[in-house]
Design a protein around this ligand. Structure first.
Ligand SMILES: Cc1cc2nc3c(=O)[nH]c(=O)nc-3n(C[C@H](O)[C@H](O)[C@H](O)COP(=O)(O)OP(=O)(O)OC[C@H]3O[C@@H](n4cnc5c(N)ncnc54)[C@H](O)[C@@H]3O)c2cc1C
Length: 462
């Protein structure tokens, strides 16, 4: 297809990545339709009336792609800080370095015993059978001690989904797998192991939070950007998007970045029952992101802390003010940015969440009783969809939905457009937008996207 008319739904990192690349290639026939009055999607930052800047949960930027690195460098210039990850776990009334499974030596003797014996049993009693779900994977690879004391309670707090309903294909570099020798070395020689994983150093914008990056992309797409223009329906047969204001946007190729479930719901005609049923199988969780601004210095160099225990609502607290002194009105103030998940499996009352978070900050010693009088700002943001859950049925569902969409010239990409948590970070998302353009206009293969269905890759349009 020569010179296709391209319509993009959503101006989060994925839609912006596509728009940026289209602009870079000097291509003319495209538009971005964005429901909100701002760009950035879940990677937006908000500054409260009191002058505190918050992200929608702790956002750490670490990239796997040279194109994205160059883009970030261009957008940030000198306006960034570089941080060494200082991540901790709070349990049994103490801090231990993250990841938990490499640093159990500091815990209660009974916990250490459970974790070590469980890991040894798991190693020597391995059956070789493939686990059926995430719960079985945790038990088989880490043992029942680590499962009981950390992995199962912590993951339920993050995903708000029972682990037996989740798959484990997303794990890759996201979870440190247990090595029994390392475990024993840590316990016997008390040698903490902190430099695990892909994001041990990271950059953060000096001003404006994570959203600064995506605000910076706006100027490259402004001339083709329609803000406050929610998509109301998509007709995959006539190939027309209709927005809530009644305007119609015909397309040859559609890039969708709104949640896949909502895309399928919005379709007016021609959707097979199996595709609708498959969309009904997708699972997600939402959040209450609570930010607390306190009128005193942070008194800690920590970046963030994980909370596996059920007595506090949040699973993670970020000392956001340690990322940059410009996120608070004065540099001697503190931001605690907390994340609490929610779902039908784990309801969380929005009316009480802010006070429960403050109680939790105090119960875990991050705040003193006297700090309550120093609270200068309270911020709540409650996205309905924040984690696309890698559920047991996810890949079969995607394998039904995505090839059908592609056969109608619809590419659905990004965190909820693609519904693949393992490629759902900012760098993955922006690159999926860039590679969509390269594929459609230049016939280049996508490298970030992971097809889950027959005919999905290569069903492409030139
Ligand atoms: C709690 C949390 C923590 C995270 N931490 C990290 C991290 O540490 N590192 C990292 O790299 N990433 C992190 N992320 C992920 C990051 O936010 C996403 O990768 C990124 O925002 C995905 O971009 P996207 O464009 O695919 O989707 P989104 O950001 O969801 O953007 C989709 C856009 O579509 C728009 N839209 C929706 N419906 C419609 C409609 N009907 N019509 C028009 N527009 C519509 C939305 O308004 C939105 O702007 C985190 C996310 C969350 C929620």
């Amino acid at each position: 297809m020569d010179d296709p008319r391209i319509v993009i739904i959503g101006a989060g990192p994925t839609g912006l990545g596509a728009g940026y690349r289209l602009n870079e290639l000097g291509y003319d026939d495209w538009v971005i339709l964005e429901a909100s009055d701002r760009v950035g999607g879940l990677a937006t930052s908000f500054t409260s009336e009191n002058g505190f800047t918050y992200d929608v949960g702790g956002h750490v930027m670490f990239s796997h792609y040279p194109y994205y690195d160059d883009l970030v460098e261009r957008l940030m210039g000198d306006e960034y800080t570089t941080l060494n990850r200082e991540a901790w776990v709070w349990m049994e009334d103490r801090f231990i370095p993250y990841p938990f499974q490499n640093n159990i030596g500091g815990l209660e003797p009974q916990t250490v015993f459970d974790c070590v014996t469980g890991a040894v049993r798991a190693r020597y009693e391995a059956s070789g059978a493939a686990p059926a779900n995430f719960r079985e994977w945790v038990l088989a690879t880490m043992g029942d001690g680590i499962a009981k004391h950390f992995m199962l309670p912590y993951n339920f707090k993050v995903w708000a989904t029972p682990p037996e309903l989740m798959n484990y294909v997303w794990i890759g570099e996201r979870v440190a797998v247990v090595d029994v020798e390392d475990l024993l070395r840590n316990v016997l020689f008390e040698k903490p192991e902190t430099q695990w994983g892909p994001n041990s150093t990271f950059k953060y914008p000096l001003r404006g939070g994570t959203g600064f990056l995506y605000e910076g992309m706006r100027k490259y797409v402004e001339h083709r950007l329609e803000l406050s223009t929610p998509v109301a329906s998509v007709d995959p047969v006539a190939k027309v998007v209709t927005t809530a204001d009644g305007r119609r946007w015909p397309y040859d190729v559609l890039l969708n970045t709104m949640p896949l479930t909502k895309l399928v719901d919005s379709m007016t005609s021609g959707v097979p029952g199996v595709v609708r049923d498959a969309a009904g199988d997708l699972v997600w969780s939402g959040s209450h992101i609570v930010g607390i601004g306190v009128d005193r210095p942070a008194l800690s160099s920590k970046n963030w802390i994980y909370f596996p225990e059920p007595d506090v609502p949040f699973y993670r607290v970020t000392y956001l003010s340690n990322y940059s002194p410009y996120l608070t009105p004065r540099p001697d103030q503190t931001i605690f940015l907390t994340e609490t998940s929610r779902s039908r499996y784990k309801p969380e009352d929005p009316a009480t969440i802010v006070e429960r978070v403050v109680d939790g900050l105090q119960a875990t010693g991050l705040m003193e009783e006297s700090d309550r009088d120093l609270i200068a700002d309270r911020w709540l943001c409650s996205p309905d969809m924040s984690y696309p859950v890698p559920s047991v049925g996810r890949d079969a569902a995607l394998g039904t939905i995505q090839p059908w969409l592609r056969s109608h010239d619809i590419w659905s990409r990004g965190r909820f457009g693609g519904w693949l948590y393992e490629i759902g970070n900012m760098d993955h998302s922006a690159m999926q937008g860039v590679e969509f353009v390269n594929a459609v206009l230049r016939g280049e293969p996508e490298t970030v996207w992971i097809p889950r269905g027959e005919g999905e890759a290569g069903a492409g349009i030139r």
